[in-house]
Design a protein. Structure first.
Length: 480
């Protein structure tokens, strides 16, 4: 699969994604919030189910109507006829994903992370496997888009199986619960819409002012940094209901402790990973994508910085929502999203209405993400301090210093050209070398202790993890 074909799929995903705010309107977080507070489970599920089904139908209607208006009223078309087919395939993918949020949000609210993450693993695994088949047999761009729908379908079926097997109750929704959900979701509805636009409009703008190949470059390397962001999102899935529970107990000290712990351990994981991506960007792209994507090396390096900033802000962002201040989180997100959209319009196009602009393309989109995310980080830290007196942990600066030292070591290592042809196992070996340097610096600074080592060993204990997953699947880890 070349960059152009990937660009077609990326445009389809981004185009439909602009409407996905309609499929949830932030009721997902409202559902997690109310369950974590101990509301009646059956009524919560019934209320959320009715809301999601209605919103899914609304999103489908709006997307189909928009395509009709674009083609038959404005008499405009897509860059290539095949793109319309891809858009419909992507619509199926997003609808299936939206329906999977019903049981998924329920699991998160009850802090049953394995039940939520296993379907995600299935989705990713099936997508990777089917993508390999599409590439090997050259089945085409539509089939590549279909890999997303196939993964979402099997993920939905699996999560529904878990849901039915454990006999989660579904009660009749009532107006009291709907009002409760609506009051929590309302402040975040606008920001969820603007946020989704900000997260996807960059690909659409690149398509309009550049080429599908440029979209493919940006989208391809962006998927690499999504792995980094997925780590912080996974931690956020645990922090949000935990902070919410502490907030219900009015345990402010517990909230600060949880936030610090989440930020600290995330920083230990993300910092060396980001440095490694920045230094070894050409090798990573060549191995994970192909040499055809090497023009995207500068984009990947900038996106790695964006992933670092976003990850370090994750714990504090979850705190604001967990202490029942979604309106404040909405305002912060709205500011960052609007700034990001404006920067995209300035940095990506070569010109608009005859006005010459910077014309940075994918690099401009990456820079926009860095700036807008940094502004969001600063604002979030300010309000976290005002609400719960949660100060920024100064010891994170030690992690950043260790990351710089690791980066110097990695650059020196890469400049030695120890191997003529870089393979994936070379990448892993260099990665472990960089991890060794990073944690050695932390240990010398007394920032990495035996307790921290035990924490990571326990976290990486596959046997224990498997036992937890099996126990959760059997219902042994259920909360009252």
């Amino acid at each position: 699969m070349g960059a152009e074909q990937l660009g077609y799929v990326a445009f389809g995903l981004s185009f439909v994604a602009l409407f996905t705010f309609l499929s949830d309107l932030n009721f997902y977080q409202a559902h997690v919030k109310r369950i974590s507070e101990g509301k009646d489970l059956g009524t919560c599920i019934g209320t959320y189910l009715s809301i999601k089904l209605l919103l899914a139908m609304v999103m489908c209607a709006v997307v189909i109507t928009s395509i009709f208006v674009w083609k038959d009223i404005f008499h405009r078309g897509f860059h290539d006829p095949i793109q319309e087919t891809i858009v419909y395939v992507c619509l199926i993918y997003y609808v299936l994903g939206s329906l999977a949020q019903i049981p998924g949000a329920t699991y998160i609210g009850r802090r049953q992370i394995a039940k939520q993450q296993l379907p995600m693993l299935i989705i990713t695994s099936l997508r990777v496997f089917s993508t390999i088949l599409v590439a090997v047999f050259s089945w085409g761009t539509v089939a590549l888009a279909g890999t997303y729908a196939i993964g979402a379908l099997f993920g939905l079926l699996f999560t529904l199986f878990i849901f039915v097997y454990h006999k989660y109750p579904i009660a009749r929704p009532n107006m009291e619960y709907f009002k409760s959900y609506f009051s929590f979701a309302l402040p975040l509805m606008v920001v969820s819409w603007v946020g989704i636009i900000a997260a996807n409009v960059d690909k659409v703008i690149i398509q309009l002012f550049w080429t599908p190949t440029d979209v493919g470059y940006f989208f391809g390397v962006q998927r690499i940094t999504f792995f980094v962001l997925a780590l912080s999102s996974s931690v956020g899935l645990v922090l949000f209901p935990t902070i919410s529970k502490q907030h219900a107990k009015k345990d402010v000290e517990g909230i600060r402790r949880i936030t610090y712990m989440g930020e600290r351990y995330l920083s230990m994981i993300i910092c060396p990973l980001v440095v490694f991506i920045i230094v070894f960007s050409p090798q990573i792209i060549n191995i994970l994508l192909s040499s055809a994507f090497l023009p995207a090396v500068p984009i990947l390096r900038i996106l790695a910085i964006y992933a670092l900033i976003g990850s370090l802000n994750s714990a504090y962002a979850q705190q604001l929502i967990g202490v029942d201040r979604p309106g404040l989180a909405a305002k912060i997100g709205l500011v960052g999203a609007i700034i990001g959209i404006c920067l995209n319009m300035i940095l990506i196009p070569k010109s608009i209405f005859g006005v010459e602009l910077l014309g940075l393309g994918g690099i401009g989109a990456a820079i926009s993400l860095v700036i807008s995310t940094m502004i969001g980080l600063v604002l979030t830290r300010i309000f976290a301090y005002r609400l719960t007196a949660t100060k920024s942990n100064w010891r994170i600066s030690i992690h950043l210093l260790a990351a710089v030292i690791t980066g110097i070591f990695a650059y020196f290592l890469s400049s030695l050209d120890l191997v003529d042809v870089f393979r994936w196992y070379h990448l892993i070996a260099y990665g472990f070398s960089c991890l060794g340097v990073f944690f050695s610096v932390l240990y010398l600074a007394r920032e990495f202790t035996k307790d921290d080592f035990k924490f990571f060993v326990d976290t990486l204990n596959l046997k224990g993890m498997a036992g937890y997953i099996v126990g959760e699947m059997k219902g042994k880890n259920e909360e009252d």
